[in-house]
Design a protein around this ligand. Structure first.
Ligand SMILES: [Zn+2]
Ligand SMILES: [Zn+2]
Ligand SMILES: [Zn+2]
Length: 362
């Protein structure tokens, strides 16, 4: 039997997690700190720094109220515990209530302190003060960031909890509670990791995520990591003045076709191979002239007279890479989820083939 208390607890936990890490549906419905406090936060475009001073403070306050919300909800979900009459409540709940009240109280005092003197005490103001010129203040830095954020040529990417913004002078990472700010001229960037998500028939788009470490020569600026899709890498590099070092030695796939090529190669390597013809030498690939042709198309996906694929009778003329590029080039760029399952005409005789029919000559 599920009691109302258990049901409420589960629902509250799920809703709290969705509030702290809003999924797309919550953001669309405006059930986020930004959505709820929109008017007070002001627009990000009008005053980027002021918006985030308020947003980070508001977020902290809103999150600090979650335990108290749970207690109040439990007053109704579990009336037998008599939580509404504090002195009758079980010992454990008294402690919970105490903490649930203390937590937002401390946060409110902190928020009040931060907001004094036009936010002078806020941690973000201190973050920015590090970059201020002598005899100038964090406000000058803030107005530079505000101005540059408004420009349309800035680079911006990332999920709401880890946005990355690169302007002419600044590299900024926006997280739920804070902002990391580094000055372009001070930084060293290093690719430290890459994660690849394979293109499979049930996922949508192949993606490679890069983690780039941003370290500043300014000792007061703590290093931070930014994450982005490899297809955005070129755009990021254009916006940055410093070169990006590749410590992870990862091959960065800057286009969907690049990413696809890797998947294509690994799948073809699992197919049956074709024995190298003994009577003739393999010719150079007519696509690149760099390597010998090493691909033969043999219909292997279905029985000879079934399905859409046809047998190709061409002699080997293409290398694996060129065949992969050809395959990718014939695909619908808007629907990468169809790429693996599609048929493509042979570049020479136009007989249709699929990935299963591509055989490496050994
Ligand atoms: Zn080739
Ligand atoms: Zn052919
Ligand atoms: Zn086939």
């Amino acid at each position: 039997m599920e009691s109302p208390a258990v049901t409420f607890t589960l629902a509250y936990v799920v809703l709290s997690v969705c509030f702290v890490f809003p999924p797309h549906e919550f953001r669309a419905a405006g059930l986020t700190v930004q959505g709820l406090l929109g008017a007070w936060l002001g627009s990000e475009d009008a005053a980027f720094v002021q918006h985030h001073l308020r947003r980070s403070t508001g977020t902290l306050l809103a999150h600090a109220l979650l335990p108290l919300g749970y207690y109040i909800g439990m007053c109704f979900a579990a009336p037998e515990k008599q939580l509404c009459y504090f002195y009758l409540a079980p010992e454990g709940w008294k402690i919970f209530f105490f903490l649930a009240v203390i937590f937002p109280t401390i946060t409110s005092i902190l928020a009040y302190y931060w907001s004094r003197n036009g936010w002078d005490n806020h941690p973000l103001a201190r973050t920015l003060a590090v970059h201020a010129l002598p005899q100038s203040s964090w406000r000058a830095v803030a107005s530079s960031i505000n101005t540059e954020f408004r420009r349309i040529d800035k680079f911006a990417t990332g999920a709401p909890g880890a946005r990355v913004i690169v302007t002419d002078t600044w590299v900024i990472k926006v997280t739920t509670y804070c902002l990391h700010v580094a000055q372009q001229q001070d930084i060293h960037l290093t690719v430290t990791d890459s994660r690849q998500h394979e293109l499979s028939p049930d996922s949508n788009v192949p993606v490679q995520f890069l983690t780039i470490n941003v370290a500043s020569i300014n000792p007061y600026v703590k290093a931070f990591d930014i994450r982005l899709n490899s297809t955005e890498y070129g755009e990021l590099r254009e916006k940055l003045r410093a070169p990006i070092r590749n410590a992870a030695n990862v091959v960065i796939h800057q286009s969907l076709s690049d990413l696809f090529l890797e998947t294509f190669t690994s799948l073809v390597e699992m197919n049956q191979t074709y024995p190298a013809p003994s009577n003739q030498e393999l010719e150079p690939c007519i696509g690149c002239m760099q390597t010998n042709a090493n691909i033969k198309l043999i219909k292997s996906c279905q029985e000879p007279n079934e399905g859409e694929c046809q047998q190709c009778y061409c002699r080997p003329m293409w290398c694996l890479t060129c065949m992969g590029k050809w395959f990718a080039s014939r695909q619908d760029q808007q629907h990468p989820e169809t790429w693996l399952s599609s048929q493509v005409p042979c570049p020479t005789c136009r007989a249709k083939f699929c990935i299963l029919d591509v055989c490496i000559i050994r």
